[in-house]
Design a binder for this molecule. Structure first.
Ligand SMILES: [Zn+2]
Length: 309
């Protein structure tokens, strides 16, 4: 099987589960200068994934024994897609784990070879696949109006949109993982503590937007309300008030609107992006299309990115 068999979303939303920490959350310096003149950008697909090695065993995928509820979820996903789930352990992957749907509608879970496969990672990706099959957004592609696309801006959109979109999705399905007896934010909680309270200099290197995104993610994904409170105090003590306000407003737009449908998911995604970049860019939906893939349809949304003056 070649990587070409797999259609990966070009922009956005490759269902990260737990990214490696600092590299991801420390986004490039963000000035958002949408200059120059390219209107659309389906370049940079950079699918460097190397022939992944399929792993077998239906009962113990990735060699992990699944609890009853996760096994049930696994079977539900297979039933929904009408075909067996495929597992892969690529040696290189941008994220620790991801879920994708191939052109023929095969659901695939990939876990990077260097990270331990765990039940919570598998269940996490299963829930992403389930939501895709229920019509939630699979991929978000930007169109920069009358503007500009530097590699930096593209990367910034891609990574930011991924954190924001996943924050919304995780807010929707983490309660389910918790009800299954797992702790979906254990890894992120540890990374957060390490970055902000152990090696505090790592956080000093972050942009205002990174700081806002981390607060947003902590507020939505971590169960223990003490952690965002402690983080808020830390932000104030460091003079990061604007980031705190932004991250908090973004998280509140999710918790207040309580998204439970693809349309509301998208509305709240846009509200968050507009809040995060309110001084430099404006985001709106340009178009939506559903594409049949095997037994399901995937929803791709095109978002227009305009410059604010
Ligand atoms: Zn995820």
């Amino acid at each position: 099987m070649s990587p070409r068999d797999l259609s990966r979303p070009d922009f956005g939303i490759t269902f990260l589960a737990m990214k490696t920490f600092p590299s991801f959350y420390r986004l490039p310096v963000a000035q958002f200068p949408w200059s120059s003149l390219i209107t659309s950008l389906i370049l940079l697909a950079a699918s460097t994934s190397c022939s992944p090695r399929p792993e077998e065993s239906r009962t113990e995928p990735f060699g992990v024994f699944l609890g009853l509820e996760t096994a049930k979820l696994w079977h539900e996903v297979e039933a929904r897609y009408g075909r067996p789930l495929r597992t892969e352990r690529p040696s290189e992957l941008e994220t620790n784990a991801e879920a994708v749907v191939t052109d023929d509608g095969t659901p695939v879970i990939r876990i990077r070879e260097s990270v331990a496969p765990t039940e919570v990672r598998i269940a996490h990706e299963l829930l992403h696949l389930q939501m895709v099959s229920e019509g939630f957004v699979y991929s978000i592609e930007p169109r920069f109006s009358s503007a500009s696309v530097t590699a930096e801006n593209l990367a910034l959109f891609r990574r930011t949109a991924e954190v924001v979109h996943n924050g919304v999705l995780h807010w929707m399905f983490y309660p389910k993982l918790r009800s299954m007896g797992m702790n979906p934010s254990e890894e992120f909680g540890g990374q957060l503590a390490e970055t902000f309270f152990v090696k505090a200099s790592a956080a000093d290197a972050m942009t205002e937007q990174d700081l806002a995104l981390n607060f947003f993610k902590a507020s939505l994904e971590i169960d223990d309300p003490e952690i965002p409170e402690r983080l808020a105090a830390h932000y104030l003590a460091n003079g990061w008030q604007r980031s705190l306000d932004t991250g908090r407003a973004m998280a509140e737009s999710v918790t207040n609107s309580r998204p439970d449908s693809p349309q509301r998911e998208l509305d709240v995604f846009l509200a968050c992006m507009n809040r995060l970049f309110k001084e430099t860019a404006a985001f709106s939906v340009l178009g939506q299309r559903t594409q049949p893939r095997g037994a399901i349809q995937v929803l791709t949304v095109t978002v227009s990115v305009g410059r604010k003056r």
